[in-house]
Design a protein around this ligand. Structure first.
Ligand SMILES: *[C@@H]1O[C@H](CO)[C@@H](O)[C@H](O)[C@H]1NC(C)=O
Length: 294
């Protein structure tokens, strides 16, 4: 009964969609972020369901900057926005390629608007946001980590990701585990004339025995800018073991090892009297021999 009802509902929905929506599955596929100056391909995908395409319009914000209409000659029209360079050869009915030359104009909300021709003239819009970023020229730096640590020592390290826009998101990991929030502080500095930012993060904690995995303590810093940039820097320190047991205990321990390794000697100690007699016997032999030689 239930499956029959579901079946009826589905076919009813299909019927409604087929009747009222000819333009289907309109999808805008753009990267979440693009590096400034890079080539960016955007896809506007749709199903016409037998309709004829009238136009595909592209907007940045509210401003139309590109239109593809198959009936026009040429089909592609560009309405320039400074900082968005449309690549004519790589743009078509379902594809737009631009160079994101300027962050201020190329970053923002993009809209793809698809219209069907007469008689329906149906129109569908889809939006998506794209960031335009300046990536750091080098990966994150990691300073202040010592080669060796022992339990009880303070660890303080700084991670720096220089000159990007926006500032990179920095995260610390201790032996592959995210660092405790209360051990980490963040700071962003934007002093360069070109408006680039530098991100700083500091991690600080007292090293404990459990921080060592197979005698090593690994600190990693990861710099992330949206989904376009991820770089890490890792440093590994060696555990210095300090004797925590009192020295008297160490002696006991030594004594145990000693007695095991010198088992025959211990036996000799227990048989002191026979050993002594042997010595006397040898002495007697030597005395006898020396008198005989005389
Ligand atoms: C940094 O992380 C926050 C929180 O996850 C996120 O909203 C933001 O977009 C990230 N910024 C960058 C530059 O990746």
């Amino acid at each position: 009964m239930i499956s029959l009802r579901v079946g009826i509902t589905i076919s009813l929905l299909t019927l409604i969609f087929q009747e009222s929506l000819t333009l289907r599955n309109v999808n805008l596929i753009i990267p979440e972020a693009a590096e400034r100056g890079s080539l960016v391909e955007m896809k506007c995908l749709y199903e016409l369901e037998g309709e004829v395409l009238y136009s595909v319009k592209w907007y940045r914000g509210d401003r139309e900057f590109c239109r593809y209409s198959p009936r026009d000659v040429p089909p592609l029209k560009i309405f320039p926005i400074p900082g968005i360079e449309v690549q004519r050869d790589a743009t078509g009915p379902e594809r737009l390629t631009i160079v994101a030359a300027k962050s201020t104009t190329a970053e923002g909300r993009y809209t793809c608007e698809v219209s069907a021709d007469s008689p329906s003239f149906q129109t569908a819009q889809v939006h998506a946001f794209m960031y335009v970023v300046d990536l750091p020229k080098s990966g994150p730096e990691l300073h202040g980590i010592k080669l060796r640590y022992k339990a009880g020592m303070k660890l303080k390290a700084e991670c720096i990701s220089r000159d990007s826009l926006p500032a990179a998101n920095l995260s610390f990991y201790v032996n592959n585990e995210p660092a405790h929030k209360q051990h980490v502080t963040h700071r962003v500095d934007g002093q360069t004339p070109d408006g680039l930012m530098t991100a700083y993060s500091t991690i600080q904690f007292v090293v404990q025995n459990h921080h060592f995995v197979e005698g090593r303590l690994r600190i990693r810093c990861t710099a992330i800018i949206y989904s376009v940039y991820i770089k890490t820097h890792e440093k590994s320190s060696i555990e210095v073991r300090i004797p925590t047991t009192p020295s008297s205990k160490l002696k006991d321990h030594d004594a145990v090892v000693y007695s095991i390794h010198r088992q025959p000697e211990t036996n000799a100690g227990q048989q002191r009297r026979p050993a002594a007699t042997t010595t006397i016997k040898i002495l007697a032999v030597i005395t006898l021999l020396s008198t005989a030689l005389r």
